[in-house]
Write a protein that binds this ligand. Structure first.
Ligand code: ZN
Length: 235
């Protein structure tokens, strides 16, 4: 089909694109990829561990989304697999630190001997990630149990989706952007996992043995999630 000169030029361009693509991924993933090379072994190429939001799957999996789901502007479908039927609760945490990110907490949790970041999602406060930025942790893509809400039977780790907002809400409040992002994320999760709003809870609401997440306003969030999407707001 191609004259030989054109074919060589075409192959050269493809090779150049591949080299640039590989270089870019390595640069972005940096230390995290080096510290845990096996973590992404079974996943397709590209940035994964702490991917930005919104995430639109290239090829939606499973049943066609309902009309209500289609109306959502942002989706957080896990990569490479459907959402597990295991999830029955959403558990909200604060980091109890003034700053942080999913990557920072992942390193902290690993230093404690855990397998990886214990939460499924982390919402930044403008310190180490942008204000309201949602990081998707590796556990969500794997649809793996959490490590954020220990109880004797471990039910809330096995069946609870862990969301951490960066900040210490015993002395400060979540930012408006954090709350707006949390609302969008929890609306997506409660709809896609069929979790009723009264099962969106807090760490202390489960265990009664922690201050986490401080003075976080759980009732207004439940009320907003109970209202039709177009009519509700939460800030
Ligand atoms: Zn907590």
């Amino acid at each position: 089909m191609f004259p030989s000169a054109n074919r060589c030029g075409f192959i050269g361009l493809v090779l150049l694109a591949l080299i640039l693509a590989v270089g870019g991924c390595a640069g972005k993933r940096g230390a995290a990829a080096k510290s845990n090379p096996a973590q992404h072994a079974s996943e397709p190429a590209g940035p994964h561990s702490y991917r930005p939001t919104p995430y639109q799957p290239e090829q939606p999996r499973g049943a066609a989304p309902s009309r209500q789901m289609e109306s959502l502007s942002n989706t957080w479908f896990p990569r490479g697999r459907p959402i597990s039927p295991r999830w029955t609760y959403v558990v909200i945490h604060h980091s109890a630190t003034p700053s942080g990110s999913g990557r920072a907490f992942d390193a902290h949790h690993r230093a404690k001997g855990w397998d990886e970041l214990g939460y499924h999602f982390v919402i930044g406060n403008g310190t180490q990630t942008p204000d309201g930025h949602i990081e998707v942790g590796p556990r969500w893509d794997k649809q793996k149990h959490g490590a954020h809400c220990k109880t004797p039977d471990n039910y809330y780790n096995d069946h609870g989706i862990g969301i951490c907002l960066v900040g210490d809400f015993t002395s400060t409040r979540p930012t408006r952007r954090q709350l707006a992002s949390l609302y969008r994320l929890t609306r997506f999760l409660t709809q896609s996992c069929r979790i009723p709003p009264d099962r969106v809870t807090t760490h202390c609401g489960v265990t009664r043995k922690t201050q986490c997440p401080g003075n976080f306003p759980i009732q207004p969030l439940r009320k907003a999630l109970s209202a039709p999407a177009q009519a509700s707001s939460f800030q």
